[in-house]
Design a protein around this ligand. Structure first.
Ligand SMILES: *Cc1c(COP(=O)(O)O)cnc(C)c1O
Length: 222
């Protein structure tokens, strides 16, 4: 699905809903960054979203991202689990890597950043529901890991990212991530997707990651 007028309408609807959700809790809608998740969708869909005002995009896979980006005027977040052998390409391509979740990946990113002479912004992904199948640092290890990453990467470490359990109310998990970010004085909380972004905004999300509600359903598993 990359019908430009449908993408534009979807974005308009989402912007309205972001504004309402923010105002309902006394927050400034401008303080919320919409990451348009374009994984599995073609570059034409990205360009259509840009024409409708989107400027920040999220991709799960580095190789797929490299087939569409860089695009002048677009920012790219890598939001999917990152293999260490993809760190070099991710560091060259991304404005932000949002899935930093283990020491070996930190090593690979640090090495790649030195070689490339650039360090993207970084988010630590927390496995906020401690689900065995999910990536992210387990909650019990998160504080120590975040401190280490802060010491290593300084202000490039911007914040935290999570994907709450698919079943049940995500709000307690959103609050938990926001509290963790507060504890560490980190400005960014990336949480909330197509189905739950209004709850995430109410709980303090600064970045929401929306795919399906902008681009439609994905044919391929991602
Ligand atoms: C795919 C994906 C999203 C977007 O999900 P939708 O439900 O399509 O909005 C957000 N975050 C991550 C990490 C994803 O992999």
């Amino acid at each position: 699905m990359s019908d430009p007028s449908l993408i534009a309408r979807n974005l308009e609807t989402i912007r309205t809903r972001i504004a309402t959700a923010a105002r309902n809790v006394g927050r400034d809608p401008e303080a919320i960054t919409l990451i348009a998740v374009s994984k599995t969708h073609p570059k034409e869909a990205v360009l259509a979203a840009m024409a409708a005002g989107a400027s920040v995009f999220g991709e799960n896979r580095v190789q797929e991202a490299a087939s569409k980006f860089p695009i002048a005027g677009a920012k790219l977040h890598i939001i999917g689990g990152l293999q260490t052998n993809k760190a070099e390409q991710a560091v060259r391509l991304a404005d932000s890597i949002d899935s930093l979740d283990r020491p070996r990946l930190a090593d690979a990113i640090a090495r790649a950043a030195e070689a490339a002479g650039r360090l993207p912004e970084l988010l630590v992904q927390v496995n906020i529901g401690d689900e065995p199948q999910k990536s992210g640092i387990p909650t019990a290890e998160a504080d120590a890991f975040i401190r280490l990453m802060r010491a290593r990467f300084g202000t490039a470490l911007q914040g935290l990212m999570c994907i709450p359990p698919a079943e049940g109310d995500p709000t307690p998990f959103f609050h938990k991530l926001a509290a963790m970010a507060d504890t560490h004085g980190l400005p960014v909380r990336s949480m909330g997707m197509s189905g739950d972004y209004e709850s995430a905004i109410a709980a303090g999300a600064t970045h929401i990651r929306i795919g399906t509600a902008i681009f439609g359903h994905r044919d391929l598993p991602a």
